[in-house]
Design a binder for this molecule. Sequence first.
Ligand code: UT7
Length: 333
Amino acid sequence: MTQYRSRILGLGAYVPPRVVTNHDLAKIMETNHDWIVERTGIEERRWVDEGEGGAEMAAKASTEALAKAGLEAKDVDLIVYATLSPDHNFPGSAVFTQRLLGLKEIPCLDIRQQCTGFIYGLSIADAFVRTGQYKHVLVIGSEVHSTGLDMTTRGRDVTVLFGDGAGAAVVGRATDDDHVILSTHLHADGSEAEILWTDKPASRAHPRITAEDLEAGRHYPHMEGRKVFKHAVTRIPQAIMEGMVANGLKLDDIDMVIPHQANLRINQMVAKMIGLPDTRMHNNIHKYGNTTAASIPICMHEAIELGKIQPGNLVCLVAFGAGLTWGSVFLRY
Ligand code: UT7
């Protein structure tokens, strides 16, 4: 039986044009630029304007990814769309992006996995390409947080963190060992799912949401920040080490680490813990905040554009997020 390997053929990214600075947020809630920068590294983020949704952003990022891959939309065999903020409750967002790309009949798969969504998506794409079932898989991470955040001081611990944006990758067959997805490593642990979640609306509740829920803000994301931080700085190094062991790599073999962009302090602490020099980790959270499933493709796309990732480089993508979920992808770009 033929066993193929996969690679990233092209990447695209899109963020909405509206820039929202920390100073803008300080006008609507009790917060300040210095607190946000000191605790998170975030200086500004992008928020959509009315009329633009996640599927549209995803289509823009996908169009760039396809162009970079030298392919056309009709070449895509499967869409895997990771998001925690779908345009609608159902159907999933992938079909809307499929429609915007002018595609019909190809399968569309929506996944969640929050900040680890793009890592899970790449793993699914890798598996489908390896079996030969699909030749080109479009993996998308796209999020609109801004329409679901508490814009009052009550929600400031979460609201200042999140931004909107989309990233996409075309995964196809590798033809040599220099450009290949080497391994993917996925994990989840639901035992503390409620430390980072949105409670309502909930199909297990009758009714799914009440006026009292709205009053209490249960439809806004809730995070126990310190607990999440501790899990993140434990799981991210583990996911990096796991990939290194699986591929027989030393830290020096890794040219660039692209971590999920949740908090600059988390990423700096991880780099220090494993002894990775700053020059071999790319961060851009100061410009975009936490764009959840979109953060890794947006960050990797930027590193490529800046020449910080060159063809053939060994790259580690690593994420941690709600669920809790975490994982890594090791690849030669
Ligand atoms: O992407 C998914 C994964 N997410 C993460 O990995 C996030 C992990 N957690 C974190 O990044 C951090 O916990 C935060 C950045 C969210 C918060 O930082 P912290 O150092 O853990 O602060 P804290 O929540 O313990 O709050 C410290 C103080 C509190 O005031 P008191 O009680 O000490 O008087 C908060 O009320 O800071 C206050 N505070 C704020 N002050 C100004 C909380 N949010 C804000 C704010 N502006 N936006």
